[in-house]
Write a protein that binds this ligand. Structure first.
Ligand code: NAD
Ligand code: UGA
Length: 435
């Protein structure tokens, strides 16, 4: 099958590479010429573990190509997948569909008869229907089908998530769409991955509902963590105990500074807007959004308190600024809320992150960027762990403490044990441990 993937971002690039690895003939189009040039030179525009090798292998095998030339790519493809961004519209909180509709306008003149157009992007319920309406207007001369195939991969484990999905979800209302999407995912269904065919509206809404539910789980355990601190309980023990119940499940019960990322915040916000417009408000989800925003803000006071109540003229060494480990993505990272607040209160910031993108430097002005954890700690009063990169787990805490001026360790990801941190000479505080 010949596939055209529009958008070479976190989802487009990973999905395109995985489809190529299944044996499909994939051409990946992005309108960012610099990004395409990088890819053509074998340079990855994003950090995602394993992606460089996967792409190199499939480029060599001639199964994947990158281009900015849309026309030829669409003309030769029976399936066009849309994986362009759907960011939050600043101010309104709705999903910004301008990239989607721009892409639809761009592909329309080149679609071949029988083409299937499928959204991989996360789009509000009703978008497939609207895409179809627009395409019918632009191309009354051809038959085509529009499907919805929301993606559930996580950054940092994207290839594994794509290759071994809990389910593949396809929203479809035509035989042609079903036939092509079934063929596309045959390599996964042969491996027993459930491929679920549902109404397009159900697929679109299920994607938002899944992200909102996971965001709710994280916010729930964050609030339980606050309670644990007041009543001498340990949030990890509580999470393990409730997670052992299969109806609850152990995942997404790790307390921290609040969720971030390119999707939870924007998708929660977009779902709230969709639901209000449909006169069926999701009040629980509205609270999740509020609780998470307040949590990120409250972390600054928590750090200030741990530092003895004053941040003026203090230096905070920060480990990790990305929204989670194993990605370079800074979108809605808690660091973007917390670090400027610490600076406003008079603190100087020295930070180290193994992969933070160039954006980090632009988005966090005034931060001194360091080569490693030890150099970040030099002369610092407070050590702050914001992202749980694996390489922070085995750090020699005594050595870090030696390099510092102060002795405060604020671990917002519960990476260390209090015994270990205290043995290294730190005054240790973490999340949700009352003792
Ligand atoms: P991204 O910003 O990393 O990538 C989008 C890419 O599309 C960019 O490279 C951009 O240059 C390109 N693009 C924009 N308009 C284009 C056009 N008209 N023609 C060709 N290329 C164009 O975005 P992302 O993180 O990959 O997210 C894409 C979609 O997938 C979003 O709807 C998101 O909600 C959803 N999603 C993302 C993830 C994730 O982990 N990032 C997971 C599941 C779903
Ligand atoms: C999330 C979903 O997990 C994916 O299924 C979905 O496809 C994707 O959004 C999307 O729609 O883009 P992602 O944002 O890559 O994936 O990362 P997650 O692992 O979900 O983490 C999101 C945020 O929640 C991070 O800031 C993370 O630190 C936080 N989190 C997660 C916690 O604080 N505790 C947890 O237990 C889990």
């Amino acid at each position: 099958m010949k596939i055209c993937m529009l958008g070479a971002g976190y989802v487009g690039l990973v999905s395109a590479a995985c489809f190529a690895d299944f044996g499909w003939d994939v051409i990946c189009v992005d309108n960012n010429a610099e990004r395409v040039a990088d890819l053509e030179r074998g340079r990855m525009p994003i950090y995602e573990p394993g992606l460089d090798d996967l792409i190199e292998r499939n480029v060599k095998a001639g199964r994947i190509r990158f281009t900015i030339e849309l026309e030829g790519a669409v003309k030769q493809s029976e399936l066009v997948l849309l994986a362009v961004g759907t960011p939050m519209r600043r101010g309104s909180g709705y999903a910004d569909l301008s990239y989607i509709f721009e892409a639809v306008k761009d592909i329309a003149p080149h679609l071949q008869d029988g083409a299937v157009i499928t959204t991989k992007s996360t789009v509000p319920v009703g978008t497939s229907r609207e895409i179809e309406r627009r395409l019918r207007e632009l191309r009354p001369d051809i038959d085509f089908a529009v499907c919805s195939n929301p993606e559930f991969l996580r950054e940092g484990s994207a290839i594994r998530d794509f290759m071994f999905p809990d389910r593949v979800l396809v929203g479809c209302d035509s035989e042609r769409g079903k036939e092509v999407m079934e063929a596309l995912y045959k390599p996964l269904s042969l491996r027993s991955a459930p491929v679920m065919f549902v109404e397009r509206e159900s697929a679109e809404l299920a994607k938002y509902a899944a992200n909102a539910f996971l965001a709710m789980k994280v916010s729930f355990i964050n609030e339980i963590a606050d309670l644990c601190e007041k009543v001498d309980a340990d949030v990890q023990q509580v999470a393990d105990a409730i997670g052992a119940d299969k109806r609850i499940g152990p995942k997404f019960l790790h307390a921290g500074p609040g969720y971030g990322g390119s999707c939870f915040p924007k998708d929660v916000s977009a779902l709230i807007r969709t639901a209000r417009e449909a006169h069926a408000p999701v009040t629980l989800v509205e609270q999740v959004d509020r609780v998470n925003n307040e949590r990120k803000i409250s972390m600054a006071s928590r750090i200030q308190e741990a530092a003895g109540g004053e941040l003026r003229d203090k230096t905070v060494a920060v480990l990790g600024v990305t929204f989670k480990p194993n990605t370079d993505d800074m979108r809605e990272a808690p660091s973007l809320t917390i670090l400027p607040m610490l600076q406003d209160r008079g603190a100087a910031i020295r930070a180290y992150d193994p992969e933070a993108s160039k954006d980090a430097e632009e988005q966090l002005p005034g931060v001194v960027w360091c080569e490693n954890a030890l150099s970040a700690c030099e002369g610092a009063d407070v050590l702050l762990v914001l992202t749980e990169w694996n390489e922070f787990r085995a750090l020699n805490l005594s050595q870090l403490k030696e390099a510092m001026r102060g002795d405060v360790l604020v671990d917002l990801r519960n990476v260390y044990s209090s015994a270990g941190a205290e043995a290294a000479g730190f005054r240790y505080s973490c999340v949700g441990r009352g003792r």
